[in-house]
Design a protein around this ligand. Structure first.
Ligand code: ADP
Ligand code: MG
Length: 638
């Protein structure tokens, strides 16, 4: 009999009660918030009617920071007016050395590994700056939607690593914003165009923003986007176009260089206006003067502008070629090209990119807003407003995650390109008799040896019961949540001893480093495999040595004649020597000979154990230690 549910009077849920969720594009230059209203996704305006918030925060002592246009208008202390903080998210002091930010700001490096901008309101980390921006977007959204948000989908560049993603989540938490999901920016753009509804396809996302250029290739299959490859240039964007126009303007006016930074900023702003006008009209009137009254009056045509622009655009095509190569596809298999970023409003950009990919590029959704809109669509689904929707986007791990095992080798637990969220376990064992602690070293990368991978975290599992080598059973679980954050736990099965770690590495991968790591792994695949096989043989040799030596120490005299003992000792010597060789077969042969030479010894011990057991005593440990299964990987002791 079916049970019918009856609601308590006055408690039935309103059928169309929507849970308010937003999508946020937290950009290097501009940030936006969008939401689904009356069935369609739209960018939300602030009370001054502005749709995008410049990612600028002005910190003045003792007052709430100013965010966006007000921060720009305040015209305050340049060192306390922070721009492009996104470049520093999840990065350490070391990364700062080569950064654009280092030239423009002062940093406080005293607080551990997190560098902070020195402002008149004290030190501020990139997380603080991002939190201020997110707080502003949150209040815009709540004012505009008329209620409290249940959460937000926040976008991040596809190449953001764990540290950068975690920093973004930390900023959201500081802003009192619950993150439903971090979403890759190119994936969000593809979702905005509904490309996830197609059965399959390969999409190129060309994103030219204010100061960065990213190109990504996504593969779409049954609602799952896989980032096949990303490339780009972190020092190329709309700012460079502005600079070209500034140079042109100064040349026209016959000015060698400007008086000061303030003057530079003014002319840059003027250049930016010219540029933006030329996206909508064929010519623009120029009338500019510096404070000394030097200047130029005339006209700039799109044709002339385009000829200045051409070399810059060619620079974006190189990463386009590279990304296709890395993804292992040709132009013909790209089914759609999406334009993202304010700078793709420039008609020549669209034209050049279309020419390169040999197809019309998608521009019907405003390229400034497309990422926020995709995030809003995703947020609506995750908030549970679309119960029928099967759109549950999955992203993938960009690089393999694994554990260091004996011999400095890497055992991959979650291979790259695995869709997340994912949990995967693997069993490991001890290497030494009586080992009660285990050092776990979590690494990321495709190479076979730890030294060639990226170290993410180290932790220890302590207080395990004593076992002979290879007998302990340690279940190691890798979990990557929907935002790409990793938790690793290790459980000793018998005692229930447990240790775990959330991976928050102190330094991020620099942009494009993922690609480098992948490329290196392909270039070195053959050599790596040989190295690994050799190293495995060495580990096997030392395991056999360890077992036999400890058995000899225990009861060698009891079971062996001095001649037999001498023979085994000689073989032990040979194995020890062979381990220095780079020839795997030499080590293998020596180990084989040692095992052969000690065969009788092992057998006698076994018989003795059996006899002991028959008489009610415990079986000796060594037998099980020598029977370690080939699938168990040993982790170093501490
Ligand atoms: P980000 O992703 O880095 O935050 P955006 O996508 O917001 O950056 O792009 C900002 C850049 O887009 C700026 O350099 C800005 O001048 C440029 N931009 C905005 N509108 C136009 C336009 N109409 N024509 C040309 N460039 C534009
Ligand atoms: Mg952007």
């Amino acid at each position: 009999m079916a049970l019918l549910q009856i609601a308590e009077p006055g408690q039935s849920q309103a059928p169309h009660q929507r849970r308010l969720a937003v999508g946020i594009d937290l950009g290097t230059t501009n940030s936006l918030v969008a939401a689904i209203r009356s069935g369609s996704a739209d960018v939300l305006e602030n009370e001054s009617g502005q749709r995008s918030v410049p990612s600028v925060v002005f910190f003045d002592s003792g007052v709430e920071p100013l965010v966006g246009h007000p921060a720009e208008l305040a015209d305050g202390d340049a060192l306390s007016t922070i721009r492009s903080a996104k470049r520093l998210m999840g990065k350490g002091a070391k990364d700062l050395e080569s950064s654009w930010l280092n030239k423009h700001y002062k940093f406080d490096l005293s607080s551990g590994s997190l560098p902070a901008f020195v402002t008149t309101d004290g030190p501020k980390s990139a997380i603080d700056v991002s939190a201020a921006i997110l707080r502003t977007l949150k209040s815009t959204a709540e004012a505009s939607l008329g209620g409290e948000l249940v959460g937000a989908v926040v976008t991040v560049p596809a190449y953001f690593d764990d540290a950068q993603r975690q920093a973004t989540k930390d900023a959201a938490a500081l802003a009192g914003l619950s993150v439903l999901r971090l979403l890759n920016e190119p994936t969000a753009a593809a979702v905005a165009y509904g490309l996830d509804n197609e059965d399959e396809g390969t999409v190129a996302i060309y994103d030219l923003g204010g100061g960065t250029f990213d190109i990504s290739i996504l593969k779409m299959q049954r609602g799952i986007f896989e980032v096949l490859a990303t490339a780009g240039d972190t020092a190329l964007g709309g700012d460079d176009i502005d600079n070209l126009l500034v140079e042109w303007l100064l040349a026209k006016a016959g000015i060698a260089h400007l008086a000061n930074e303030k003057e530079e900023a003014v002319v840059k702003q003027y250049a930016q206006k010219l540029k933006e006008s030329l996206s909508a009209q064929d010519t623009v009137a120029v009338d500019w003067q510096d404070t000394n009254g030097n200047g130029w009056k005339g006209e700039l045509s799109v044709a002339e502008f385009n000829s200045m622009l051409e070399p810059l655009l060619l620079r974006t095509l190189k990463p386009c070629r590279q990304v296709l190569r890395d993804a292992g596809i040709d132009k013909e298999s790209v089914t759609a090209v999406v334009m993202v970023g304010g700078s793709t409003r420039v008609p020549l950009v669209r034209h050049k990119v279309g020419e390169f990919f040999e197809q019309t590029v998608l521009t019907s959704i405003d390229p400034d807003e497309v990422v926020a809109i995709g995030a809003a669509i995703q947020a609506d689904v995750l908030a549970g407003n679309k119960p029928d929707s099967d759109l549950l986007l999955l992203d993938v791990t960009p690089l393999s995650l694994g554990l260091e095992i004996m011999g400095g080798m890497v055992e991959k637990v979650i291979p790259r390109n695995t869709t997340i969220p994912i949990a995967r376990g693997q069993e490991f064992t001890t290497y030494k008799d009586g080992q009660t602690a285990m050092a776990l070293h979590v690494v990321q990368g495709e190479r076979e040896m730890v030294e060639d991978c990226r170290s993410l975290a180290r932790f220890e599992l302590k207080g395990m019961p004593e076992h002979v080598a290879g007998a302990a059973r340690i279940q190691v679980l890798f979990q990557v949540d929907a935002d790409g954050l990793l938790t690793v736990s290790a459980l000793e099965r018998e005692s229930g001893v447990l240790a775990s770690i959330d991976v928050k590495p102190s330094y991020g991968l620099s942009d494009g480093e993922i690609e480098r790591m992948l490329r290196e792994s392909m270039d070195n695949a053959g050599e790596d495999m040989q190295k690994r096989v050799l190293q495995e043989q060495r580990v096997e040799a030392s395991r056999v040595l360890e077992a036999i030596v400890s058995a000899l120490d225990a009861d060698g005299d009891e079971h062996l004649s001095s001649q037999e003992r001498q023979d085994i000792d000689q073989h032990i010597e040979k194995v020890t020597l062979s381990m220095k060789s780079d020839d795997r077969s030499i080590i293998k042969a020596a180990v084989h000979d040692l095992e052969h030479a000690s065969g009788q010894f092992v057998e006698r011990r076994m018989n003795a154990s059996v006899r002991k057991m028959m008489s009610g005593q415990e079986i000796d440990a060594i037998d099980s230690s020598m029977g370690t299964g080939p699938n168990d990987k040993s982790v170093a002791d501490v």
